[in-house]
Design a protein around this ligand. Sequence first.
Ligand code: PEP
Length: 256
Amino acid sequence: MRKPFVAGNWKMFKTVGEARQLVSEMVPGLQAVAEVEKVLCPPFTALLAVAALLEGTDIGLGAQNMHWELSGAYTGEISSAMLAELCQYVILGHSERRMYFGETDETVNRKVQVALKQGLTPIVCVGETLQENEAGQTAEVVSRQVRKGLAGVASAFDSSGNSSFVIAYEPVWAIGTGRAATASGAVDVIAGVIRPALSVLFDRPAAQAIRILYGGSVNGSNAAEFFAESEIDGALVGGACLKLADFTQIVRAAAR
Ligand code: PEP
């Protein structure tokens, strides 16, 4: 059984004060859903404040990006070692990073390797653009992103036997557009492309144990349709994760 997983990607929203307020309001409702692994990914500037509020809860904390070097002359960047002091997860390869900041499968792979070495759990994002979708290239693009992004990763488990990373299938055309994929469309890619690609990289038990999320315009009203599918292990949520009622509803729905 794969434990359901819901992560909120706050993107570039919320000052420290606003983050404190939202998290204080969210904690009781999220903690009540013990069956779901829950992760909040605020901006770097709010990590320390949110970490303090999450202490003693079962809610995890993640960052939205990191550099692949441990330290160095990389102005404006944040390393895995810096993150490991504050959080347990890191989103890598989000389509907004690929689209606006030149992230490639190769840089995603370097980051994944370093995050794993540092004991962080990467949430690795893959997904096709609208143009690629319309050109019938979804399987090719997503399979390549999985194979290249995870190349050289020796094991899908950490030393405690827990799965060491999570994949988020996020069709780019569904992100922030209000136009979610259908649950069956997401399953086609998750079960038909992503899990088979994982089976090439890892042995069958490992490939079966890896959680694969759907992301793209998930909200409180449509989440249950996705989680009704046994192949969808949870969600990476953008816009709706900043809304208390929506995010709580999504987490509750993931408890199936
Ligand atoms: C995201 O940013 O990862 C995302 C899925 O955004 P949204 O839920 O707003 O589509």
